[in-house]
Design a protein around this ligand. Structure first.
Ligand code: UDP
Length: 485
């Protein structure tokens, strides 16, 4: 049996890269060769940082074009553009990676077939790719693998809950729960997502379920394609999710009948070394905030970050800022340069920090988030409830205040507020008085802190040896090796 070699291919945005790199690192830890596929643009941005994770001779980073010109801005708000161009730009080089041409014959027997090539990859001394683990958002990557006879596994980086909601979209239409009625109450319960009948409301469904604004359409044009993508992931050999049974047992059980196999192996960041996180950061982390945190009292600081993609209006920025100042705790705020919509004010960050006065606030463009959440000074996390951020807060037992912006964040924040109770869900409201009150409650509530700490203990047990996620990871490693037998 030739050595197993997995090609790990994330959709090239921060949240997807992070958790798929943790996954790659976990496979390498199990002795499997991994090629991690970036885009040329991202690999250039990462510079030397990516190599710090590549200390293992079993891990290498390669890249493919994303189909956009070098000087294209690749803004966070143009994901559909990147989505389209990637398929055009990357397919050829990606296909060549899966089925490299054999080396020119040098006297020995030559063959043009993969199988007869007996395992040598002419592009770098790694064995031939024996398995693809691709982001479930990249259907063309699965098509090419299937055509070339490379077994493919789908990886979804969002929560199992949101994946199940997308699988349930046809049922929601059948039941008449979609589309939402014009002017209907977003607090109405939703019955069509199995296992979530007791707590899910219209406003908690993934944002693509809402009626599009400024349009006569009943349904967001992205909804049916997104639902189809999820259903089509069922054609892959298996589905891998960055979650754990103790967080999402019911959703996992309802997903299982739609898939050939399901592996819940998360939270993956809790299983991989911290160096892997730093090495996948597309923006340079501002470590200076750690010294600032060192100078703060235990559990006194609010950490605020809305992830790598969210864009807010200037008005929302002002409400958050005013609410944070009024709450009265020191705060560390991640304000990416492209985060506040239409802001021409390059000094926004400086203004925010200075206006908070007396060193009570620190504003950075990008933080070492895992280290921040682990710091004893952090008392709560004001977050957009992206799945990685949610898992990172859960593992550290940090109470959350959620203000979801898009995608799966709506459903994640409902789990936080109504199921796990490790935080509060502030969705659809952005008012300074509400920010102030909610942040105070998350900082002061013993009940929320106890739930957050209990959840952290439980999830740490899942990832420790013998825990559910660690056991699932072992099963997945065996599954991948078997594909190659
Ligand atoms: N992150 C970070 N520094 C920051 C903000 C975010 O390292 O200042 C990381 C965070 O730890 C997480 C990822 O970026 O791993 C964001 O992923 P998430 O799924 O939470 O949100 P997205 O960016 O996809 O909306």
């Amino acid at each position: 049996m030739a050595a197993a070699h997995v090609l790990v291919f994330p959709f090239p945005i921060q949240g997807h890269i992070n958790c798929m790199l943790h996954f790659a690192t976990a496979l390498v830890g199990a002795g499997i060769h991994v090629t991690f596929l970036h885009t040329d643009h991202n690999l250039r941005r990462l510079g030397g940082r990516s190599s710090s994770a590549a200390r293992s001779p079993l891990l290498r980073f390669l890249s493919v074009p994303d189909g956009l010109p070098d000087d294209h801005p690749r803004s966070a708000s143009d994901l559909p553009g990147l989505y389209k161009s990637l398929a055009g730009g990357a397919t050829g080089p990606y296909r060549a990676l899966l089925a490299p041409l054999p080396p020119l014959a040098t006297g020995g027997p030559s063959s043009s077939s993969r199988a007869a090539d007996a395992g040598a990859d002419p592009t770098g001394g790694f064995p031939l790719v024996t398995c693809l683990v691709a982001d479930g958002l990249l259907p063309w990557a699965f098509d090419v693998a299937e055509e070339l006879g490379v077994p493919a596994i789908a990886f979804r980086t969002a929560s199992a809950g949101s994946f199940l909601a997308f699988l349930s979209v046809p049922r929601l239409f059948e039941l008449g729960e979609l589309p939402f009625p014009i002017g209907g109450d977003l607090d109405e319960p939703v019955r069509g997502v199995p296992g979530m009948e007791s707590f899910l409301r219209r406003r908690d469904l993934p944002s693509a379920c809402r009626r599009p604004k400024d349009s006569d359409d009943d349904v967001n044009p992205a909804l049916r394609p997104l639902a189809k993508l999820s259903a089509d992931n069922g054609k892959a050999r298996a589905l891998v999710l960055n979650t754990t049974a103790s967080l999402e047992r019911s959703a996992l059980a309802h997903i299982a009948p739609h898939m050939r196999d399901v592996f819940a192996v998360g939270p993956l960041h809790a299983m991989s070394p911290a160096a892997a996180a730093a090495s996948s950061s597309l923006l340079r982390e501002d470590d200076g905030c750690m010294a600032w945190l060192d100078a703060q009292a235990d559990r006194s600081v609010v950490y605020a970050s809305f992830g790598s993609l969210a864009v807010i209006t200037h008005e929302q920025y002002t409400e958050f800022y005013s609410g944070l100042v009024a709450a009265g705790y020191p705060f560390l705020w991640v304000l990416r340069p492209d985060m506040v919509m239409a802001s021409q004010d390059a000094s926004l960050q400086g203004t925010a920090a200075a206006a908070a006065g007396d060193g009570k606030a620190r504003v950075v463009a990008w933080a070492p988030q895992r280290d921040v959440l682990r710091h004893r000074a952090v008392g709560c996390f004001l977050t957009h409830a992206g799945w990685n951020s949610t898992l990172e807060a859960v593992v550290e037992g940090v109470p959350m205040v959620c203000w979801p912006v898009s995608a799966d964040q709506q459903i994640n924040s409902r789990f936080v507020g109504a199921v796990w109770r490790n935080g509060l869900d502030m969705k659809d409201v952005c008012e300074r008085a509400v920010v102030e009150r909610t942040v105070r409650e998350a900082m002061e509530s013993d009940e929320i802190r106890r739930s957050a700490e209990a959840l952290a203990q439980q999830v740490k047990r899942d990832v420790a040896a013998g825990g559910s996620s660690a056991t699932e990871l072992d099963r997945l490693v065996g599954f991948i090796r078997e594909l190659n037998a």
